[in-house]
Write a protein that binds this ligand. Sequence first.
Ligand code: MN
Length: 521
Amino acid sequence: MNFSSLNSQQIISTDNLDLAAKQLWDILEPKISYLNPKDKEVVEMAFTQMVLAHGETRRKSGEFYIIHPVFACLTLAEMFLDKDTLAACLMHDVPEDTSVTLKDLAKDFSSEIVFLVEGVTKLSSVKYKGEDRYAENLRRMFVAMSKDLRVIFIKLADRLHNLKTLEFVKPEKRQRIALESIEIYAHLAERLGISYFRGEIEDTAFPYLYPEEYQKFLNDPDLNIQKREKELLKMIEKTKTILQEEKIDYKRITGRAKRYYSLYKKLLEKNKTLEDIYDLVALRLIVEDIPACYHVLSILHRRFEPLEGRIKDYIQRPKENGYQSLHTTVKDKETGIILEFQIRTQEMHDYAEFGVASHWSYKEKNKINKKNLAQIVNPETYKWLSELIELGKQDWSEQEYLQHVKLNLFQDRIFVMTPQNDPISLPVGATALDFAYKIHREVGEHALMAKVNGEIVKLSDTLRNGDVVEIITSKNQKPKADWLKWIITSQARNQIKIFLRKEKKEQNEQEKTLLKKPKQK
Ligand code: MN
């Protein structure tokens, strides 16, 4: 059962705090049965502390406050996360909203748990007001996250439950929260490969952010998810039969109909219609190992009609966020249904759903040193996280900071290719000069012009998804102030600024020594 989609009010309807607490514990306890007794005790302690601290306080919905941390925690328990994450999640609003302080918590809980709680605790609204506080909270969260990624898992679970209860928030605040959730939190989840949170957050925020479009989706029989779900069931049965006939061992077969928000995004892409979208219905096949993945692929291609150019081997070439799977789009000749198959091992599947969070999962066999972020995430993601923290160290106004966070790191990205066919990821709107700096600082600094798909273009030209980009350099070339107008990535901006500053300093020093020299004589 997916608890995050349940309405908490349907479960807890009592007005008695003790009774509500008992009911909540009865829901949570079986969900954390994967913990050993000692770890479970820690979570139970956190639960008790949380109930004591929040007491009879209620949320805007009128329900007891204690429901919120428990429902956030249930999501994390579904991901089999460790006791520290669960305990910290239960107490995540305690220091912010109650008289119990972080110091108080430190008496009973480990420094790790206290650190996690601190990482998600917002600054008091008395000291900061409006946007400043919001930017400062984000900045602190990113720093905390770089020390312990579990901070962001808690934050995502917290945000998801807040979204699920958004109807109780004042209408004028709803849209802002929905937008921020999609712009920042869904993108964060995406970058970390936690597609479970990305999908849930996007779909929950969608109706608040674009109410008219959402209504359109519900009313249109082609867009409505129910039709796709029916097709899905039909195809699951058919595939099961085929696999039986072919005597193929598989672990699990599930399906998903494309979610509303991701469908909405796809349709927004240039000239796309429903016919251009091939993964409206997708079947997931979990098999034993990698050879089995390829074997099943060949069988499916024999039994269905494979569409041209639709095979994607993310096993050999994982996505930037680490996602691995085999994809192929086929047509069922009998029904005309077009569907995508996603074939993967259990390990790949856990990673696809929970991304980096799966490293903390109790299901993970090869546990690694969890403190070492560089080992957990792939180099691209690591660089991205480091950039995120670097942004916070720059001397910007809070508003500029927010803009940079959104623009450079969370906007949608394009992939372009080097002449050697290496994919390079850049934000939408990036130019050839951005690309040059992304390759290497020296390539950027000596860039003269660019060749895009074999044709000479200006360095300020915007790149498009799939472009093959080559930079032509010259030893005599160097960065100019004008270049700052030609780029959009903070990486290029920083490098150009550093160069210009250094150049100016050297010029000043030269002038100084020229002026000084006569005096020294
Ligand atoms: Mn909260």
